[in-house]
Design a protein around this ligand. Structure first.
Ligand code: ATP
Ligand code: ATP
Ligand code: MG
Ligand code: MG
Ligand code: MG
Ligand code: MG
Length: 269
């Protein structure tokens, strides 16, 4: 306020570090759940993939995209989500701490706020937290490689976890035995174990588990009910009205190859 602006204490503001993000770069904020290995255990997450938890993560990411400015794409898997701010964003004068803390706090409060919608009969036992980091990518290629890296990570972890938990849940192996069985195996070996021992074709596992979740802005037709104003005979009655709005829409597709970027050139514009 005006009255407080010029006290003799004002000089301490100059102790604040300048954390302006370099111009022209893509600004990526990645969040990751704090100690979610424990959180998943305490809240009885289904192993290896609890779809309630994944859908809740995506709901939180959609809330972040709707509430904050300038996010063009987000990618999530496991307990993490990455948000990409457009190159020319000048939101909060590109201050890294503002980007990071607004994303992290909006996400964390949404996680608690929407918990019950996804975990109906599983109470939330303690307040979860998320760490955040900011990384700048100077070109479209480095940004695409960043997102490819996260999706490749999703694939590697999910293939491992799928075999690991199948060995435990269906063959009765102990965690130690399952780990021992998988030591030194390549992707092809893991696919083979799933197929020959359990008749599971890994490629038929749900795309949300194998590919993670991409959120991009797309036009969506939304039906809403609206009170009729006129004419007088029907005033006050409710009518269904369809509106087209831009919404962050979840996809579970490959983002490593060129096809995705050719199909959605507007994301990198
Ligand atoms: P920004 O997002 O830039 O921080 P802001 O609206 O939060 O915008 P602040 O300068 O942080 O602006 O001011 C917080 C405002 O919130 C106060 O001006 C006041 O209107 C309101 N507010 C905060 N705490 C209280 C409180 N305990 N009682 C009444 N009003 C409050
Ligand atoms: P840190 O605080 O260092 O991030 P962490 O325990 O969260 O520690 P991560 O490497 O982030 O470690 O791994 C997250 C863990 O959370 C996974 O290994 C898995 O055990 C669990 N997890 C997260 N999401 C799910 C899910 N949807 N279904 C089942 N388990 C999950
Ligand atoms: Mg970690
Ligand atoms: Mg974590
Ligand atoms: Mg993680
Ligand atoms: Mg404020």
């Amino acid at each position: 306020g005006v009255l407080m602006a010029k006290s003799k204490f004002e000089y301490v503001r100059n102790f604040e570090a300048d954390d302006t993000c370099l111009p022209h770069c893509w600004v990526v904020v990645r969040l990751d759940g704090r100690s979610f290995h424990r959180f998943a255990e305490k809240h009885n997450f289904v192993k290896p993939n609890d779809s309630r938890a994944l859908h809740l993560m995506t709901k939180c990411a959609q809330t972040v995209m709707e509430e904050l400015e300038d996010i063009v794409i987000a990618y999530g898997q496991s307990d993490e989500y990455s948000f990409v701010f457009k190159q020319k964003s000048n939101w909060f004068k590109r201050r890294a701490s503002k980007f990071m803390t607004h994303v992290a706090s909006q996400f964390a409060s949404s996680y608690v706020f929407y918990w019950r919608d996804y975990f109906e009969d599983q109470p939330l036992l303690y307040p979860p937290g998320f760490d955040g980091r900011v990384v700048l990518y100077p070109s479209n290629q480095t940004l695409k490689d960043y997102l490819s890296w996260r999706q490749a990570d999703c694939h590697i972890n999910n293939l491992y976890n799928t075999v690991y938990w199948t060995l435990i849940q269906q063959s009765g192996l102990t965690p130690e035995q399952a780990q021992e069985r998988l030591k030194g195996t390549l992707a092809a070996d893991k696919n083979e174990i799933l197929f020959s021992q359990f008749n599971v074709n890994y490629n038929n596992e749900p795309p949300m588990y194998r590919k993670g979740t991409v959120l991009i802005w797309q036009k969506v037709d939304e039906v809403m009910t609206k009170e009729v104003k006129l004419p007088a005979e029907i005033e006050g009655k409710k009518m269904a009205v369809t509106r087209t709005r831009m919404r962050p829409v979840p996809l579970h597709c490959d983002i490593i190859g060129d096809a995705f970027w050719k199909e959605h050139p507007e994301i990198l514009d």
